[in-house]
Ligand binder design. Structure first.
Ligand code: NAD
Length: 501
């Protein structure tokens, strides 16, 4: 695989890397240095239509390709991703600023989905019931839909595309990927490695751009299903427009994830995980903990949380001491700084202020230091809004009941966790909480790919979730056959002339 970054990123259409004819190009910058890494085109409608049409053509043969052949493509893809994990991670670091360990994790969580996609045959088994009436049997098959499309966010440029196209393609579909315009180099590398598997041309297309290009895909008649991951307003737009155009849509959206800390929790483990899960990856994770609810005596732990957080420092990915990287863009940094200013103005106690960071050697990076607010109340904008930065809010609660009430009144439902030594408290929490992914002494409970990624409420629009069995349902249609064979035909079968034309 060629690991240099071209000055202008190509589109991947019908198995060819082609230079867009667009006159609208966007800069892709290194967020640690501000340097322009490459440019990405906003594809023309003609180019987008070519991608959709060649995906539709590729589907016509791929849908009839035996499942073991489809699965073997994924086995090969898994091996290629593992072989190139280091170089992929380095590209990912350059365009996102993530630490190398984080970048490898981003790729690894995607590889695990590819492994699951290689197991697609057992996931695609239908159901059978014999003798639903006299000598009548009933059975179902899962058949692929056709062309599916994926629109992905900046924060996991490897994992999230890999949540989508391997499962869709293993199920027998073809796929058009529109990655984030902020870090599209890694997804292009994923496509280049997919090409190396020898899979038929056109199964995977990569197109680039922003809202206009996405709107084209949402309305394209040949696209049957849309997978989206990104912010709440865009997720709503995708869900509403995609369904208006009669497509199947799954839209994963933003979050505000709470960790409830009970006073009986293992104190050092709870604080360690709270700090890591709130400021790790600069808080740019949809499952980051952005609120800690300190119950009762756990409110005495605030200064220890601050001291632990103050030791965590951002930095360049090539510096092994860096705990996390920069914000993805200067605009994202400005937005986080505005929230920090607003939190102070709203009366929260800013115990640690990361708004001013000086970084030797990287004066143009989008740095924000770890920031901690205490005495945050539910009306404050730093509590209600997804900040998506290294900012943790501490909220007080008298009882577990109060903590559950607080989490359940928050509109988001992506992830949550409870730290406690009590099985009864954990059991009550997991049962009553209106959040789709719950960790018990586990801060970021992202399910492995044999389960599905099951955000709820304002964090998800749709019915069937990403990867696992739910993804197979999302990317297939169920066909149910009711069959009768007549006993009287057996005699004929035994004596018929076996003439083969
Ligand atoms: P974003 O919504 O800005 O962009 C996501 C994608 O949508 C990009 O490909 C972008 O080009 C496209 N897009 C942007 N504006 C559009 C518009 N007006 N119309 C159509 N398409 C448009 O999100 P982001 O900033 O890249 O990612 C961060 C967000 O993603 C956060 O809110 C985070 O919580 C969320 N996220 C959610 C999950 C999850 O599983 N729930 C996972 C990762 C990220």
């Amino acid at each position: 695989m060629n690991t240099s970054i071209p000055p202008r990123l190509p589109l991947f259409i019908n198995g060819e890397w082609i230079q867009s004819k667009s006159d609208h190009w966007l800069d892709v910058t290194n967020p640690a240095t501000g340097e322009v890494l490459t440019q990405v085109p906003c594809a023309s409608h003609e180019e987008l239509q070519n991608a959709v049409t060649s995906a539709r053509d590729a589907f016509l043969t791929w849908r009839d390709t035996p499942i073991p052949t489809r699965a073997r493509v994924m086995l090969k893809y898994q091996a290629l991703l593992k072989e190139h994990q280091q170089s992929l991670a380095e590209i990912l670091c350059e365009e996102t600023g993530k630490t190398i360990e984080d970048a490898k994790g981003d790729i690894w969580r995607g590889i695990e989905v590819v492994e699951q996609a290689a197991n697609v045959a057992s996931l695609m088994m239908g159901e059978t019931v014999e003798n639903v009436a006299n000598a009548v049997d009933c059975y179902s098959y899962l058949q692929p839909l056709g062309v599916c499309a994926g629109i992905t966010p900046f924060n996991f440029p490897a994992m999230i595309p890999l949540w989508m196209f391997p499962m869709a393609i293993a199920c027998g579909n073809s796929f058009v990927l529109k990655p984030s315009e902020q870090d599209p180099v890694t997804p292009c590398r994923l496509a280049a490695l997919f090409e190396e598997t020898g899979a038929p041309k056109g199964l995977l297309q990569v197109v680039h751009g922003g809202g206009e290009q996405v709107d084209f895909l949402l309305k394209a008649p040949d696209i049957r299903a849309i997978s989206f991951v990104g912010s709440v307003p865009v997720a709503r737009h995708i869900y509403q427009t995609g369904t208006e155009y009669l497509k199947r849509v799954q839209a994963f959206a933003g979050a505000k994830n709470h960790m409830v800390v009970m006073p009986d929790a293992n104190r050092s483990a709870a604080i360690h995980h709270l700090v890591g899960s709130s400021v790790g990856a600069a808080g740019q994770r949809c499952m980051a903990i952005s609120v800690a609810v300190l119950v009762g005596e756990a409110q005495q732990w605030k200064s220890e949380i601050r001291d632990s957080m103050a030791k965590v420092q951002p930095g360049h990915w090539k510096n092994p001491q860096s705990d996390y990287g920069p914000m993805i863009s200067a605009a994202a940094r400005e937005r986080v700084l505005e929230y920090i200013a607003r939190g102070k103005a709203e009366g929260a106690d800013c115990m640690l202020d990361g708004s001013v960071v000086s970084m030797d050697g990287y004066p143009d990076g989008n740095w924000v230091g770890p920031t901690l607010f205490a005495d945050v109340t539910p009306e404050m904008s730093i509590y209600t809004d997804e900040i998506f930065g290294p900012v943790l809010c501490l909220v007080n609660a008298d009882t577990l009941e109060d903590a559950i009430h607080l989490v359940n009144q928050c509109p988001y439902g992506n992830g949550t966790s409870i730290f406690t030594a009590s099985g009864a408290a954990a059991r009550k929490y997991q049962h009553e909480i209106l959040v789709g992914q719950v960790g018990i002494n586990v801060p970021i409970p992202v399910p492995l790919p044999f389960f599905s990624f099951t955000g709820w409420r304002a964090s998800f629009y749709g019915d069937l979730h990403a990867y696992g069995k739910q993804a197979v349902r999302f990317y297939t249609e169920t066909k149910t056959v009711t069959a009768r064979w007549f006993d009287s035909d057996i005699e004929h079968a035994q004596h018929a002339n076996m003439t083969i034309n």
